[in-house]
Write a protein that binds this ligand. Structure first.
Ligand code: DAH
Length: 344
């Protein structure tokens, strides 16, 4: 082959290639054209390279430069076509549908335990109660002594209480807020104290080392157990529904005398007995009682002049029975896939 013949076939390729590349409509077609043009085994560039070797020595330089230039142009055109075909293929698999509704964004929700607290607070607010808060790291005297716990009461044992120091604990209940409030404000007092409390318990279906409580306290002249019963029954009907019946059982707490526990008829089985109420037909909601005179005196009040009543409830327990959840860990693990189901 002469140099001019060789160059003629190079120019032929340079003229053919752009149209061939542009004509590919799919990535498969593109691959076939690429193989035909620049494939190592049988591509036209490879053929030309083979022909180049047979040219006279003095022609090789010019011929070689021209082949390399054409090869570079073809490769650039192939790359551009490939990018265009890939973009088109992607667009075709996810076409823009302008009629599609927008994606809903997860905005978060109020935790089921907080939902209970919010509702309890709302009901007592209607009755003229205000919110009082106290520290979670609490003096042992406020947590126990002022609340009339005898010096050897088992609740004060290191096995049950998390001590921060000799005289400081993580509060085991919200009842110390009673004492702090009475020290600070003269009666009449009507407060609700929601907050977290701590016990030296391991997680099991009905225990958690930290959980929420809501404390209530009323102190004034002439307050009686009838006030306690009427107010808490009203609360139960507002919270669980107008049909709800309540029952008060005698109980014991060091800081109340007399003491009681209030049950409500199980809303799941309506008293017939089911798994949620452990076949009893009743669900325990709270502990309550008339504030012990020793507590009033510890807070600096004259227990001859003033009387009061108090209650304490566990909103997590209430949330569990409300939703028929069998294990408190389901609430306190805070798995969003669970909590997502209680959007109010
Ligand atoms: N402090 C008690 C507890 O943690 C709950 C309680 C019971 C609070 C009776 C009260 C009450 O105010 O009157 O178990």
């Amino acid at each position: 082959m002469t140099l001019s013949e060789f160059l003629a076939s190079v120019e032929q390729l340079a003229a053919d290639a752009p149209a061939q590349i542009a004509a590919t409509a799919t990535l498969d077609e593109w691959t076939a054209v690429r193989t035909a043009l620049v494939g190592r085994q049988a591509g036209r560039i490879t053929d030309l390279m083979t022909g180049l070797a047979a040219l006279p020595k003095e022609a090789k330089r010019e011929a070689g430069q021209r082949v390399n230039a054409v090869k570079a142009t073809i490769e650039a055109a192939l790359d551009a076509r490939q990018a265009a075909l890939e973009a088109a293929a992607q667009g075709a698999s996810t076409p823009l549908d302008r009629s599609m509704p927008g994606r809903a964004h997860w905005r978060g929700a109020v935790h089921p335990v907080s939902q209970v607290i919010d509702e309890v607070v709302e009901i007592f607010r209607e009755l003229g109660f205000t919110i009082a808060l106290g520290p979670e790291a609490e003096g042992a005297w406020y947590n126990f002594g002022a609340l009339n716990f005898p010096a050897d009461h088992p609740a004060m044992d290191m096995h049950d209480t998390l001590y921060l120091g000799a005289d400081q604990v993580l509060r085991t209940h919200t009842s110390p807020v009673q004492v702090r409030t009475l020290q600070q404000y003269p009666p009449p007092v009507r407060i609700l104290a929601p907050g977290n409390v701590y016990r030296r318990d391991f997680f099991d279906p009905s225990h958690a080392p930290m959980f929420a409580q809501v404390e209530g306290l009323v102190v004034d002249e002439g307050v009686t157990f009838a006030d306690l019963k009427a107010t808490l029954s009203h609360f139960a009907r507002r919270f669980f529904g107008a049909e709800t019946t309540t029952r008060f059982r005698p109980s014991f707490f060091p800081f109340t005398e007399p003491s009681a526990e209030m049950d409500v008829r199980c809303g799941v089985c309506r008293g017939a007995g089911c798994g949620v109420c452990k076949q009893s037909g009743w669900i325990e909601i709270l502990g309550a009682g008339m504030v012990h005179p020793a507590v009033l005196e510890a807070a600096g009040l004259d227990s001859e002049t003033y009387t009061g009543w108090a209650f304490g409830m566990g909103p997590a327990r209430t949330a569990l029975s409300r939703h028929g959840i069998p294990d408190i860990r389901i609430l306190y693990d805070s798995d969003v896939r669970v909590l997502d189901q209680f959007v109010s």
